[in-house]
Each structure stands twice: as structure tokens, then as C-alpha cells.
Design a protein around this ligand. Structure first.
Ligand code: NAD
Length: 479
């Protein structure tokens, strides 16, 4: 079993209480790692270390910070194979597929390093000729970064990179089920030259205690959170008394709207991938397919082929395309959605059962005959479960797509680009894609509206989220 320590103020430490907890291998549910269980003393220590490092790090030049971020990027790349295998063993993502997000983690630091060098402010021309107004961009202070389990390395790297690029310091709480991955990233970061102690701190423990305490902590200035909407609400409540800035990337139930003139092969290459990638445990995974009735059968046939093509099994093997769900609890939750789909009258056309005789494996699953009142239609399943509806009226389908509390992302599939752009404008989402789904890139900001989030992550806008605007006014009168 792998044992790790927390990373506080540049030192490797056990919990003050001496308590630990175990993470599991989701393929077997046998113990995988043991990590410290942080308590309030450890949380205070980590926040104090980040506060102490803030004046040091924020007064470095942009070039100095940028150089450190580039070194972290390179260090992740050098360890990419190990990270991908670690992801397979502690999280369940097939190592071969996990290599991409691992390189993405490296790319997050590289992108932030580039933008960090360009961060600056504006001169403002005003009606007062003898006053010079300048708007500066400054770091916020100490950021608590709370990470979900679905892409732990990628999302942790994104938040760390964005926040520290402009001079913030941080205390990171990885998802408890993937704590070893989080602490391994801390080790890689620690090995990089030029990062002052305390700029990055990583503490481990459950969200309900450690995450909550960080969100509420008076020594924390900003909370960067990715996770479920429910947890986002509770974090906002915890952060409210001290009026912290929050950046939130939350859940989604993402529509994919397929028109009669869509290139179905192109659509399925992308949608089929995103439906089953990481067992559907992705915020941007297609959550509701609206397929025009004239192409419904053809679309279904191709989606079925994608499902049948999946190889569910040991995520350390190169041929595996779908590993286990991340935990017993989450697998049970996804199975309960499948059961509710059946009991509410949807037609289960493929899968729907657990796969293999141990671990948290679930078959790729497809439902048709879904109606808007069903739970599988309205709620985020976060599993390998495709939910299909037929449509025939263009206005009605846009209304249906918008009739949800989420607003993360959507895709429109048609060869009529003008139509796609016009309809896309009517979708209440943070991102809509035309003839592609989840076309993410480190340079492109990502984020939802409504109950899918607040603010953007990634790209220049993502860097700016972790800054404050500070006005500098200078009186130019000479007497
Ligand atoms: P989660 O909300 O259960 O947990 C996320 C993190 O919050 C974990 O580190 C957890 O320990 C912590 N946490 C839990 N309760 C807390 C509390 N009361 N106070 C503070 N922290 C707490 O989410 P999850 O199950 O790990 O991740 C899946 C969710 O994340 C899905 O809803 C998915 O859509 C969302 N997600 C969104 C994006 C995006 O970019 N919009 C990206 C990835 C995942």
C-alpha cells in the first residue's frame, strides 16, 4: 500500500492527531493508499503557511513565477506515465486514456505560465485631466482549492496553475478518494526549483470537514471549487460570512441536439467518445440527446455500435476503454438512476447492468423513449448512461434543452452553420459547440451559467478570475 504525507509549508507532515484514512482501488475496492486525515490544527497550519508565503511569492516578477510554472509543467510531463497509471489504480481511468488528461495537466501550467507573463493593467482616460487613473490586476491572497474526483490531476493542476500564476498562494484539498494522486502531484511540485515554501500546500481529508473548514476559514481569501452543485451551494454558504470570492465549476446535464442534416459519423465519433470516456464521469459529458425523428434510428444504431465497442475491464491494460466507476457509492448511485429509468418507463436498449464480478464496473447503457418528467432526463447521472429523445419542432427542442437548472455546455449538430449559431445563441449555457462536443483547450475558458457555476476556468479569463482589480489614482497637480 502507498503511504503519503501532507504537504504544508514545504514540509511533509502527518496529521497533528496522527489519524489517517485509506483510499481504495476501484477495480477491486481493496486498499490502495493511506494518507493523513487533516484536522483543524493542520488546516490552520496550512492556511498560515500560505499566508506567510504570499508576500514572498506575490513580490516575485512575472518572469520568475512564469519560469517556475514552466518547470512544474515539464516535471508533470516527465512523470506522465506514472500519473496515468496512478489514475488507473486509484481512480479507475484506463491508463492509456489517462495519458491525455495528464498531458493536459502539464499544459495547464504551461498555459498559465504564458499568460502570467502578460498580466497587467490599464490606463483609464477620464474627465479629470489632472488625475491619472490606472487599473491594476493584483493577486487575491490565499486561495482554497477544492477538487472533485472525476479528473483529479487535471483539475487540481488547473486550479493551482491559474491561482499561483499571478502571485496567489494556495491550500489544496484533493478529492478524498484520490488523495494519493493529489499528494503525488505535491511531490512533483516540491521537486521544482524556485517555488518558495508554502506557495502550494496540499492537505487531505473529507469535504464535509476539511473542505468546509477551508471554505469558512478567515485566513482564506478566495475559494476555487469544482464539484457538484449541491456542494457548491454549501461552500458558498460557508464562504459567505467572510465574503470570499468564489469561482465555481459545477454540474451539468448537457444537451446534444442532432439535426436531420448532421454528419452522423462525425457526431458519433465525438459524442460516442464523450459519452463513455471516464465512464461518463465528466461534467461536460452529453446528458440528453435530442435526435431529430428522421435520423433517430440511424443515430441510435451508431451509438449502439459505440457502446458495443467499449471494452470494460482492468484500467491498467492498454485495450481497456472503460474502467470502474470511482467508488462503490458512486456506482450504486448510477445503478439507482438506471433502475429509476426502467421503473419510470424508459426503454433500456443496451447495458444497464454491473459488469465483472468485483469492483465498480457498469456496462455502457442506452435509454430511449425518455420523457422530460423522468429522473434520468432531469438529473446529472455522471455515468455511462445515454438518454435519448426524438424531436421534430426546432423551437420546442430549444425550449426543452433550456428547461433545466443547469447551464454548462451543449452541442448542435448540423451542416447549416447559420442555423446552429442562431439556435446556439438561444441556449442558456456557458459554452455551446457546433459539430463537436467539449472542444476544450487550455487557452479556452470554460464554465457554466445558472446552477453550473460562477466564473471561468482556463485561458486568460481563467487567470483573471484569480485576480482583483485595484485602482491607482495619481494627482498630477503640481502645487
Ligand atoms: P463533490 O461536490 O461531491 O466533491 C467535490 C469536492 O468537494 C471534493 O474534494 C469533496 O471532498 C469536497 N466537498 C464535499 N462536500 C464539501 C463541503 N460541504 N464543503 C467543502 N468541500 C466539500 O463532487 P464530486 O462528486 O467529487 O464531482 C462530481 C461533480 O463535479 C459533478 O457534479 C460534476 O459535474 C462536477 N464537475 C464539474 C466540472 C466543471 O468544470 N463544471 C468539472 C468536473 C466536475
Amino acid at each position: 500500500m502507498i503511504a503519503k504525507k501532507m504537504y504544508i509549508g514545504g514540509a511533509w507532515t502527518d496529521a497533528a492527531s496522527g489519524k489517517t484514512f485509506e483510499t481504495l482501488n476501484p477495480s477491486t475496492n481493496e486498499p490502495f493508499g493511506t494518507v493523513p486525515l487533516a484536522g483543524s490544527e493542520d488546516i490552520d497550519k496550512a492556511v498560515a503557511a500560505a499566508r506567510a508565503a504570499f508576500p514572498v511569492w506575490s513580490s516575485k516578477t512575472q518572469a520568475e513565477r512564469s519560469a517556475v510554472l514552466n518547470r512544474i509543467s515539464a516535471a508533470i510531463r516527465e512523470n506522465a506515465e506514472e500519473f496515468a497509471m496512478l489514475g488507473a489504480k486509484e481512480h479507475g481511468m484506463p491508463a492509456k486514456l489517462g495519458f491525455g488528461p495528464t498531458m493536459g495537466a502539464s499544459g495547464n501550467f504551461e498555459m498559465a505560465a504564458t499568460y502570467a507573463r502578460a498580466t497587467g493593467g490599464d490606463f483609464i482616460h477620464s474627465s479629470k485631466p489632472n488625475v491619472l487613473y490606472c487599473l491594476d490586476r493584483v493577486p487575491i491572497g490565499v486561495c482554497a482549492l477544492i477538487i472533485p474526483w472525476n479528473l483529479p490531476l487535471f483539475l487540481m493542476s488547473q486550479k493551482i496553475a491559474l491561482s499561483i500564476s499571478t502571485g496567489n498562494t494556495c491550500v489544496v484539498k484533493p478529492p478524498s478518494v484520490n488523495s494519493v494522486i493529489g499528494l503525488r502531484l505535491a511531490e512533483v511540485i516540491d521537486g521544482v526549483e524556485g517555488l518558495p515554501k508554502g506557495v502550494v500546500n496540499v492537505i487531505t481529508g473529507p469535504g464535509s470537514s476539511v473542505g468546509h473548514a477551508l471554505a469558512a476559514h478567515p485566513g482564506v481569501d478566495c475559494v476555487g471549487f469544482t464539484g457538484s452543485t449541491e456542494t457548491g451551494v454549501s461552500i458558498m454558504e460557508a464562504a459567505a460570512p467572510t465574503l470570499k470570492k468564489v469561482v465555481m465549476e459545477l454540474g451539468g446535464k448537457n444537451p446534444a441536439i442532432i439535426f436531420p442534416d448532421a454528419n452522423l459519423d462525425q457526431a458519433l465519433e465525438s459524442l460516442g467518445h464523450h459519452q463513455f470516456f471516464n465512464c461518463g464521469q465528466a461534467c461536460g459529458s452529453p446528458g440528453r440527446y435530442y435526435v431529430h425523428e428522421s435520423v433517430f434510428d440511424a443515430f441510435l444504431e451508431k451509438l449502439l455500435a459505440c457502446a458495443k465497442h467499449q471494452i470494460v475491464g482492468d484500467p491498467t491494460l492498454p485495450e481497456t476503454t472503460m474502467g470502474p466507476m470511482v467508488s462503490v457509492e458512486h456506482a450504486n448511485k448510477v445503478m439507482s438512476y438506471i433502475e429509476s429509468g426502467v421503473s419510470e418507463g424508459a426503454k433500456l436498449v443496451y447495458g444497464g447492468r454491473r459488469a465483472l464480478d468485483k469492483g465498480n464496473f457498469i456496462e455502457p447503457t442506452i435509454f430511449t423513449d425518455v420523457t422530460p418528467s423522468m429522473k434520468i432526463y432531469r438529473e446529472e447521472i455522471f455515468g455511462p448512461v445515454a438518454v435519448l429523445l426524438k424531436w421534430k419542432d426546432e423551437d420546442a427542442v430549444i425550449d426543452l434543452a433550456n428547461d433545466n437548472t443547469y447551464g454548462l455546455t451543449a452541442s448542435i449538430w448540423t451542416t447549416n452553420i447559420a442555423r446552429a449559431l442562431k439556435l446556439g445563441r438561444r441556449l442558456t449555457v456557458g459554452t455551446f459547440s457546433v459539430n463537436g462536443h467539449n472542444l476544450i483547450a487550455p487557452e479556452a475558458p470554460w464554465g457554466g451559467v445558472r446552477q453550473s457555476g460562477i466564473g471561468k476556468e482556463g485561458g486568460w479569463q481563467g487567470v483573471l478570475e484569480y485576480t482583483e482589480q485595484k485602482m491607482i489614482t495619481i494627482n498630477l497637480d503640481e502645487e
